[in-house]
Design a protein around this ligand. Structure first.
Ligand SMILES: *Cc1c(COP(=O)(O)O)cnc(C)c1O
Length: 487
């Protein structure tokens, strides 16, 4: 090593560990702390070797000690953490879809930490079936004769197809061969189930006669699939469920209806139309209806299956049913969610997904203005404006409904939008925003009211962090963090 070797500027691991800041933590987290310091120094060494700029501050033991402490604290955090969703997308699959109501969350929490009456009839003292905890509520809500619950809608679809059509044909319109994000593709789901796909019609036009012509000795069922995340417009024609049911009846074939989002109350008064209603499918005579529990239904992740008792019993006898059964926490949260549905009006205010989707526009605007005012009072270094915008329900539902909404648009004067978004995402609690032309958009529709203060605080903290890093680092000094922001 020569005197000019830049690596000489790096402090020793032991020197950083001696920093007063770390003395308490060293007692409990000694090895973790040492690892963190080593990693930080290794990162700096790579940067120095490759000639990247490194500010003098980054070589200070005190600064390194602080970074190491942050790294250790970060490693202690739970893997799954509450996030502030400021995107306005109510059913954000990457953010866990439906947030549960307080009572549903509490039910899951209590079930998690206790023994529960999962499969015991407390009255009789005999074994019971876990599905009986929710079955009566599901039947009451939907009008179905029977119902059952599995892990998610994909599992529900596979289970239904296996039971009804293994080794035989299922007739589906070409216009309904959907793909939902995350590798749910109808042709593949059918293949996995062991059923044989019999496509009929064309992308835009399928007639009842197309279905009828496809029916033969190998046909096991007719299936309708809701085109959750797209619509075909223009010169189009699709067969109604009623027509399909009458055809099925004529040929003694069951009709399966995959409605996807699980809408259980009519939201058309709020302009939220286009999703099939659960009870309507059953009323139309579908033999088996499947949907998700955590899309518009607003409950925990689950696949809900409704239909004739005979079919439900057959599904429950399939060994695959055992492989996709729900756990006690899911059932507890689902039962509590179902309680909200005893009165439709109550469901709209008590099921968070429905409440967020139907939030009055003026109230959203007022919330945005109030928060914007608070941010201006804090002298947030950004241009702050409240704007009318549109958002989408997300999660493969209501694809054509552009929800009018309001956003707070932030155009930072300090730091880049990318830096703001990254710091917001990686802070405590993490905040996910929409990045759009002209700034960062905060849509308060999906910011739960009890998270509003934390959002304001995080914005203030990010401003302070950026001000500090501008003040102390050399102009060129990039941030040390090695995880590159991804948008
Ligand atoms: C979302 C969706 C599914 C898959 O549901 P998961 O609960 O995510 O497994 C299946 N079918 C339709 C029509 C859907 O919209």
């Amino acid at each position: 090593m020569t005197a000019s070797n830049p690596l000489r500027r790096l402090p020793a691991v032991a020197r950083v560990l001696e920093e007063p800041l770390l003395q308490d933590v060293r007692q409990q987290q000694g090895p973790r702390l040492t690892d963190a310091v080593r990693q930080l120094l290794a990162g700096l060494r790579r940067r120095l070797q490759s000639g990247e700029p490194v500010s003098a501050e980054m070589l200070e033991p005190a600064w390194l000690a602080q970074q190491a402490l942050l790294a250790v604290q970060r490693a202690q955090e739970p893997a799954v953490r509450p996030v502030i969703n400021a995107t306005g997308i109510v059913l954000h699959t990457n953010l866990g879809r439906a947030p549960l109501s307080e009572s549903a969350a509490r039910a899951a929490y209590e079930a998690a930490r206790h023994y529960v009456n999962l499969e015991i009839d407390l009255e009789q003292g005999v074994r019971s079936h876990r599905q009986e905890l929710v079955r009566p509520l599901l039947c009451r809500l939907s009008g179905a004769e029977a119902a059952t619950v599995v892990n998610n809608c994909a599992a529900a679809t596979i289970l239904v197809l296996r039971t009804v059509a293994s080794g035989r044909e299922v007739v589906v319109s070409r216009g309904q061969l959907i793909e939902i994000g995350g590798s749910f593709r109808i042709p593949e789901i059918l293949a996995v189930s062991g059923a044989v796909l019999r496509e009929v019609g064309t992308t835009n036009i399928t007639r009842l006669s197309d279905y009828e012509r496809a029916i033969g000795p190998h046909t096991a069922a007719l299936m309708r699939i809701h085109t959750s995340n797209y619509r075909i417009r223009g010169f189009t024609r699709a067969v109604t469920l009623e027509e399909l049911v009458s055809l099925g009846r004529r040929y003694k074939l069951p009709v399966i209806d995959d409605i996807g989002s699980g809408l259980a109350v009519d939201l058309s008064a709020w302009g939220l139309a286009g999703e099939p209603l659960l009870a309507a499918s059953l009323r139309a005579g579908a033999d088996l209806v499947v949907c998700s529990g955590d899309k518009l239904f607003g409950g925990p992740q689950a696949g809900l299956i409704f239909g004739k008792k005979e079919w439900i019993q057959r599904l429950e006898r399939d060994p695959f049913f055992r492989a996709v059964r729900p756990d006690k926490m899911t059932l507890a949260a689902l039962a509590a969610t179902l309680h909200h549905y005893q009165h439709p009006d109550q469901a709209i205010t008590e099921v968070p997904v429905l409440r967020l989707l139907t939030w009055p526009l003026e109230q959203l605007q007022q919330r945005c203005q109030k928060v914007a005012e608070r941010l201006r009072q804090q002298a947030l270094p950004a241009h702050i404006a409240v704007q009318a915008q549109t958002a989408y329900a997300g999660g493969g539902s209501l694809p054509e409904v552009a929800l009018p909404t309001f956003v707070i648009c932030l155009r930072p004067h300090l730091g880049t939008e990318e830096q703001w978004a990254h710091r917001l995402r990686t802070g405590h609690p993490p905040v996910v925003v929409r990045r759009a032309q002209g700034g960062l958009w905060l849509d308060l529709r999906t910011v739960l009211p009890h998270q509003e203060e934390a959002l304001i605080q995080r914005l203030g903290e990010v401003a302070a962090e950026l001000a500090a890093s501008v003040a102390s680092a050399s102009p060129q000094s990039p941030e040390l963090s090695s995880d590159q922001p991804s948008s």
